[in-house]
Design a protein. Structure first.
Length: 389
């Protein structure tokens, strides 16, 4: 079966289709008439496809906002308006990607620290100063929770800041290079408030509108997952604040074989963040929510990933992460650019921006991991790193 989901979550439903039905809807591309689809189906499967069946599928997809058209546009506009009016950014993945009940969630997160792959339990008291930033995964907790724990334990032991600037990844297209929201983030463990003073000061130095694409925050998980861990580390009533920023794609820079700093929207944002933090005298901890490679059949590769390929991938990832450990943002980007991003490094924008924003004396790879799915011969790799002043 093929699983069909709407990343915008307009209907809230998931559909499972056998290959024959999936073949039909793959032709709903604006280029094929119903007669064309019937002919293609006959060529592929050697049997007759009735017009009524195609029309029924069209109706079902349209009813669930899965076809481009007036119903989809109206539903999307309504969702965006609802989000704009909402006082909080809801915990969208609560009860789906992690436990909804606070007690169960605490136990779930604790297991990532104390499990066989984890870094060990948190100390009872906060540790020393010296941390300026971390990179943590944004893969689902079930597959990568142990790796999150390494980054967040370092936050607990080496961070003294009460403000976290989080660079997440937008998995949806955006009009601008970066997107912020002023909405506080809800979690089952409490709310994380946005540092509006810092965010507004960044915007005052940035010539592009950081709120234009605010709606993408509604269903994006990369910042939400870090908020869950941060609220676990700092339970209420401890007061911490966040500046949530989603990063758009660097695909155009890779295609043109130029540095991201050649784009004014990227360069001026990094400058605005650095200048604002210095001017306000604000002590912040930067957090990049970023996965690494995405390879295999699930991600469009013609060939699946085998056991041997995993070792090759790890070697390539570790070579790439050597630049990250050194704080070399351009070296990290150039490594990916040379291979035309064939491994699909999802976290490229967030990691690059973090490396350009921080001033670190040293960086350290804390943990590397891979989530391999043999049934579909696909893998996602990820890592936790820390940077110190």
């Amino acid at each position: 079966m093929i699983c069909l989901q709407d990343p915008l979550n307009l209907s809230g439903k998931t559909f499972f289709l056998p290959p024959a039905l999936y073949f039909i809807i793959s032709l709903f591309d604006g280029e094929h008439s119903i007669l064309d689809i019937q002919a293609e189906y006959m060529r592929r499967f050697g049997s007759l496809l009735y017009r009524e069946k195609v029309e029924e599928m069209i109706h079902q997809l349209d009813e669930n906002f899965l076809l481009e058209g007036p119903r989809f546009e109206e539903a999307l506009k309504a969702k965006e308006e609802e989000f704009k009016k909402a006082p909080l950014r809801e915990a969208v993945f609560s009860g789906k990607s992690y436990e909804k009940d606070s007690s169960r969630l605490k136990a779930q997160l604790s297991s990532y620290f104390t499990g066989p792959e984890g870094p060990g339990p948190l100390s009872e008291e906060k540790g020393q100063d010296g941390l300026v930033g971390v990179i943590a995964p944004h893969i689902d907790f079930q597959r990568g929770g142990f790796c999150y724990a390494f980054a967040h334990r370092e936050i607990w032991e080496r961070n003294s800041s009460e403000c976290f600037v989080i660079f997440g990844i937008s998995h949806q297209p955006m009009k601008q290079a970066f997107s912020a929201t002023q909405k506080d983030f809800e979690t089952p463990l409490g709310v994380l408030k946005v540092d509006r003073e810092l965010l507004e000061a960044i915007q005052s130095r940035y010539p592009f509108d950081l709120l234009m694409d605010e709606g993408v925050h509604r269903v994006e998980h990369s910042i939400e997952f870090q908020c869950v861990f941060l609220r676990y580390l700092y339970p209420e009533p401890l007061e911490i604040r966040i500046v949530p920023i989603l990063c758009g794609s660097f695909h155009e820079a890779i295609q043109r074989q130029v540095s991201p700093m050649d784009f004014p929207a990227i360069r001026t944002f990094i400058e605005a963040v650095r200048e604002t933090v210095v001017r306000l005298g604000r002590k912040v901890c930067y957090l990049a929510s970023a996965d690494l490679a995405h390879q295999g059949l699930q991600f469009g590769d013609r060939e699946g990933v085998r056991e041997y390929d995993l070792r090759v991938l790890e070697a390539e990832d570790r070579e790439m992460l050597e630049y990250v450990e050194k704080g070399d943002g351009e070296g990290f980007y150039t490594f990916i650019q040379r291979e035309r991003d064939r491994r699909r490094i999802c976290g490229l924008p967030a990691i690059y921006v973090l490396l350009k924003a921080i001033e670190a004396r040293e960086g350290k790879l804390l943990k590397y991991g891979q989530a391999y799915t043999p049934e579909i011969q696909s893998v996602v790799s990820f890592a936790s790193l820390a940077f110190y002043s």
